[in-house]
Design a protein around this ligand. Structure first.
Ligand SMILES: Cc1cc2nc3c(=O)[nH]c(=O)nc-3n(C[C@H](O)[C@H](O)[C@H](O)COP(=O)(O)OP(=O)(O)OC[C@H]3O[C@@H](n4cnc5c(N)ncnc54)[C@H](O)[C@@H]3O)c2cc1C
Length: 422
């Protein structure tokens, strides 16, 4: 048993970034993970612009740029009717750093940096919290079958979607209509790849989507994400659905000569549409453990990194004040709300709006006719300073979308085909 200022449980993007920032501030930190690194994490591997600010502060952008990855210069979105938008239709090199980098590589770069700043134990699986008088004061766990206990002034739950820290604190409420679930596999030799990440909104997945992300060396990360509550409602088998899309949909020609080179793996995505208590006496939750994934795009790495940084700043103030109660740690919740709540609200509205295929088609089809609006809309998903929170539909466009929607809806009612020939 050894005492620390902070114990961080989980060394993914949220935990490693938190440990790095804590170490820089001289906070005595222990970082534990049940895995040994490098380890994989089921993900789309899309490190979007939102991450770039924190990565630059962490000083590891160049290391990522040196390893295997694909530098991304734009985003392709397609509607259920098959109309495509390209965020970089002029094909100019973009300033922001969006990468597709396998999590096996990306997380290990972060973890190796964290190792320089904190004490680290791998293969240590946390099984319980030590709580005294309602205050979290440590963790219990096993390392190679041996039981161990560590104490600290604050415990940071950075242990992902199935967080044991959140569960032990009773903060893991799961609402299927506010969570996403996803499967992915790696493929070699997918045809038609460009330096773009691709989101294809297929009717059977709405408001979810099918993605193709080029990951370097002719390998692509391919998957689908849907609202968790839709899985039982629509009797979806996600692995079979991915296989069906790859073999039988309009994407099949691109996969004709492709080879699946990994198993299909699935995982949950706890989103910001479900607000969790994120701090209390002696604890803070970050990343997926705090339910910080964007409810529409499924991006979680950027908010994981950002929450790790915010947690470290608040904890360092708590160390200075020697106060680890909610009175001081609660500042973390205020900061997360300020930075992310608008994004979560807007993205959740998108999620609900995206269920209507005719409306979705009308929006994408109108955006495809208006370059400026298309740029504005897609930058909300691909750029460093924007999130879905900055998505604004100009009044003129709003009217056009509505008129198109009415026309297509009436056509649909009269059993005619929607207008999609652009
Ligand atoms: C299929 C899929 C695709 C996705 N695609 C994208 C994408 O392209 N871009 C994007 O931005 N986001 C994506 N996300 C979301 C993203 O993966 C997460 O938001 C991100 O990994 C959160 O980071 P984290 O550090 O909070 O948690 P994690 O990355 O899950 O890390 C948690 C760590 O905690 C450790 N741990 C767990 N339990 C314990 C325990 N009991 N004791 C000790 N250690 C423990 C784990 O071993 C792990 O290392 C995707 C998610 C899924 C499921």
């Amino acid at each position: 048993m050894q005492d620390y200022d902070a114990i961080v449980v989980g060394a993914g993007p949220s935990g490693s970034s938190c440990a790095i920032f804590l170490g820089r501030k001289g906070v005595k930190t222990l970082l534990v993970d049940k895995a040994s690194f490098p380890r994989d994490k089921t993900c789309g591997d899309g490190i979007t612009g939102k991450s770039s600010g924190v990565l630059a502060e962490l000083g590891i952008e160049s290391e990522i740029a040196e390893g295997q990855h694909e530098k991304i210069n734009g985003l392709i979105t397609s509607s259920p009717s098959g109309v495509s938008l390209d965020s970089n239709a002029d094909n100019k090199p973009v300033e922001t750093s969006t990468y597709v980098c396998k999590r096996l590589i990306f997380d290990n770069i972060l973890f190796q940096e964290a190792k320089k700043k904190a004490d680290v134990i791998e293969n240590f699986s946390v099984t319980d919290l030590v709580i005294e008088n309602g205050k979290t004061i440590g963790v219990k766990g096993t390392e190679n079958g041996e039981e161990k206990e560590f104490r600290a002034k604050v415990v940071v739950g950075a242990d992902g979607a199935n967080s044991i820290v959140a569960r032990k604190l009773g903060l893991n409420e799961f609402k299927p209509d506010r969570s996403l679930v996803s499967v992915r596999a790696y493929y070699e030799n997918v045809a038609g790849l460009r330096d773009r990440i691709e989101f294809h909104f297929l009717e059977e997945l709405l408001p979810g989507y099918f993605w193709i992300f080029p990951a370097g060396n002719n390998v692509s990360n391919v998957g689908i994400a849907v609202v968790a509550g839709d899985v039982p409602k629509r009797k979806l088998n996600l692995k079979e659905k991915l296989d069906e899309i790859v073999k039988k949909s309009r994407f099949a020609p691109r996969f004709k000569n492709a080879k699946q080179v990994s198993e299909v793996k699935g995982w949950n995505l706890p989103t910001g549409a479900q607000k969790r208590k994120r701090a209390g006496d002696g604890f803070i939750l970050v990343g997926d453990a705090a339910s910080l994934i964007d409810p529409f795009t499924g991006e979680g790495i950027g908010n994981a990194l950002l929450s790790g940084k915010q947690a470290a700043e608040v904890i360092s103030t708590a160390v200075e004040k020697n106060d680890f109660s909610y009175g001081t740690l609660g500042e973390y919740e205020v900061r997360i709300d300020r930075l992310m709540e608008k994004e979560f609200r807007t993205s959740y509205k998108f999620q609900k709006f995206g269920k209507n295929a005719i409306m979705f088609n009308a929006l994408v089809e109108e955006l495809s006719l208006d370059k400026n609006s298309m740029k504005m809309a897609t930058s909300a998903f691909s750029d460093a300073t924007h999130t879905t929170a900055s998505f604004q539909i100009p009044l003129g466009l709003y009217v056009k979308v509505f008129i198109r929607y009415l026309r297509d809806y009436l056509n649909f009612k009269m059993r005619r085909k929607p207008s999609a020939s652009y």
